[in-house]
Design a protein around this ligand. Structure first.
Ligand SMILES: [Zn+2]
Length: 191
């Protein structure tokens, strides 16, 4: 199944703008996003319209990142709901020697957290690079089960404390090894 690559010629976009929608069924981003989301579902919606001499892209990427929690090691499905807000600037000859990354993204501006500038060479937007960059920015360096702290960590720490306590009691001779094992079994079966 060969899909057209997502290269959008900006001069083809009418004054009123144009909408673009992609998902795993339409398939255009299955390969470009494979390194980030593998086979997970995704939905990409964006709208491009001319604004003066530049183009504005607004929209949303929804998908899931399958990661491992950096704290407890549990498998994680991280939902991603990322807004797209890009200004597409024609890349002029003057800009050739600049130090932008290969996809030409600027750092996020202070005023608008989602706003980024993409330089477009030859009037053609590489939609694959743009969306890949946006999803990659949503990929946390240290993923965690919870928003602020790992949800499983407390449970893991509690189990460790109980284990330490049980082994201490066993060492003191207050518990037989059999009773320690029995109590652990009961704790585990709660899951
Ligand atoms: Zn965790």
């Amino acid at each position: 199944m060969k899909k057209d690559r997502v290269f959008i010629r900006l001069t083809d976009i009418p004054d009123e703008g144009r909408s673009y929608t992609y998902d795993r069924e339409t398939g255009e981003f299955n390969l470009p996003l494979k390194d980030l989301i593998d086979e997970n579902l995704y939905k990409i919606d964006f709208f491009i319209r001319p604004v003066g001499n530049v183009f504005e892209v607004t929209g949303k990427v929804s998908t899931t990142l399958t990661r491992i929690c950096s704290k407890c090691g549990y498998d994680l499905a991280l939902p991603v709901e990322t807004k797209i807000h890009e200004i597409l600037m024609p890349k002029t000859e003057d800009a050739k020697g600049d130090t932008q990354s290969k996809s030409g993204f600027l750092a996020k501006s202070v005023d608008d957290e989602a706003l980024a500038v993409t330089y477009v060479s030859g009037g053609v937007l590489n939609g694959e690079d743009m969306i890949h960059e946006i999803v990659a920015l949503s990929d946390p360096a240290f993923p965690s089960c919870g928003k602020d702290k790992c949800e499983n960590l407390e449970e893991v720490e509690k189990k460790l404390r109980e284990l330490a306590q049980a082994s201490e009691l066993a060492l003191q001779g207050k518990n037989t090894a059999f009773e320690v094992l029995k109590s652990l079994k009961i704790q585990n079966s709660k899951n």
